[in-house]
Design a protein. Structure first.
Length: 398
């Protein structure tokens, strides 16, 4: 459906430093495709779902037509994108809506990357083609009620029993869990080794209880769940083959931080563009509010922060593409962009006055999306401390 750009033939998003001129036609085409999806499908439809805190299945499933699922994974029906295409995808989706971005990020990023990077070839063959076509939805269960930032010390256990593993424990905040066909649970085995255990068809599995968390103020249209595992039996063949330590799995989190840094830039850019349009149209005291110095100060502040975020993302992507991206750089990008997204969305919200508080004008939704981004994929403090560790060689996290 979205094979060719439908709305715009040239990119109209904010791009003060002309980063578009450093992209290939392939990058531009992909960016326009995702932009069209956001303008034609996401923005017109998302707000009622957000209001009701309901997953917008009919919107989310159209992502299958965009050629973006599976990110950088090659083969198995996956999109086989390059790092800049992954970043641009996250950026453009986030300009529209954070819930859709997280649905994509959890399924295509966290869940598929876990299988793509850490599964055997047989496991990749078994699960990735259906996930790439969105016939099966994935979820990634790491966080627990008692182990958030300290997820390295997960309490969930996996005990070998013949050809099975028996899983026991609790997980919290797990995105897509209640709609997932494949739920990856991270746990420690009896030897203390870290492992990823894939639960297929969770709704049919005995001993598994999944309850959506209610009352969430950001990303309301993606459902996050509490999970209780009581003697859940899965085939031993469902343990991801290439992971024995938290460090092995951290490769997936590193890619996640890369994507979330782009996401934060997209949220901020989306809010800024809305505020700029509004300020040029809204008249008070006989003039557009954009003609006032105090309003221009906010607009310039937002434009500067968004540009800095874009430049960080662009250079981070060059580093990833040339195998030079360190954990600290990805964390610095996430740290900077998440906190700046919070700042920019608040400036955008206030520039739009009372209208900025209405979900129908989108910016309030983006502002609460920024709150979630500030906390997930490593909180702001944890990402800051990862940078600190790389700068000093001293670990201040534990
Ligand atoms: C909407 C949403 C979606 C999510 N999706 C998923 C998902 O799909 N899968 C999944 O596994 N998880 C998911 N998470 C969980 C997320 O990764 C955690 O919320 C995050 O890691 C923080 O854990 P916590 O909330 O338990 O906070 P805590 O770890 O309890 O932190 C509370 C505060 O203490 C600070 N803190 C903690 N340790 C230190 C330290 N050593 N030094 C300084 N400060 C510290 C933190 O920075 C934070 O400010 C999601 C969370 C949210 C909110």
């Amino acid at each position: 459906m979205f094979a060719e750009p439908l709305v715009e033939k040239t990119y109209t998003g904010f791009d003060f430093f002309k980063l578009d001129t450093f992209m290939t036609d392939q990058h531009r085409a992909l960016r326009l495709r995702v932009q069209d999806f956001v303008q034609l499908v996401v923005l017109p439809g998302i707000n009622p779902y957000w209001d009701r805190a309901e997953f917008p299945r009919e919107i989310a499933m159209q992502i299958a037509d965009l050629g973006i699922i599976g990110g950088v994974i090659r083969g198995y029906g996956s999109a086989g994108l390059d790092p800049l295409e992954v970043g641009l995808t996250m950026y453009e989706l986030a300009k529209g809506d954070g819930s859709i971005t997280t649905f994509y990020g959890v399924h295509s990023g966290l869940a598929m990357s876990s299988i793509g990077l850490l599964g055997s070839d047989e496991q990749r063959q078994r699960w990735l083609p259906d996930m790439a076509a969105l016939r099966k939805i994935g979820a990634f269960g790491l966080t627990e009620p008692l182990q958030g930032s300290d997820a390295v010390n997960v309490r969930t256990t996996a005990r070998k029993d013949g050809d099975s593993y028996i899983l026991n424990g609790d997980k919290r905040w797990i995105g897509n869990a209640s709609i997932a066909d494949l739920l990856i649970i991270w746990a420690r085995d009896e030897e203390g080794a870290f492992g990823g255990f894939v639960i297929e068809d969770p709704s049919q599995v005995e001993g598994l209880d999944i309850q959506d968390i209610t009352g969430k103020i950001g990303k309301r249209a993606i459902l996050n769940a509490d999970i209780h595992l009581d003697q859940v039996r899965i085939p031993a063949a469902n343990r991801l083959a290439k992971v024995r330590s938290f460090k092995d799995m951290a490769k997936v989190l590193g890619l996640g931080r890369f994507g979330v840094a782009w996401e934060a830039a997209g949220i901020a850019a989306g809010a800024f563009e809305l505020a700029l349009d509004y300020a040029k149209q809204r008249e008070q005291f006989g003039k557009p509010i954009a003609a006032r110095q105090l309003v221009q100060q906010k607009l310039v502040e937002m434009a500067t922060e968004v540009s800095a975020m874009q430049l960080i993302c662009f250079q981070m992507t060059q580093l990833l593409a040339s195998n030079q991206l360190s954990e600290g750089v990805a964390s610095m990008a996430k740290y900077n962009n998440a906190r700046k997204a919070r700042y920019v969305t608040q400036l955008a919200r206030e520039t739009m006055g009372g209208n900025g508080l209405l979900v129908e004008n989108h910016v309030a939704r983006l502002m609460t999306d920024a709150e979630v981004v500030y906390t997930y994929e490593g909180t702001n403090e944890i990402n800051m401390l990862i940078v600190g560790r790389e700068l000093t060689g001293l670990n201040a996290i534990i």
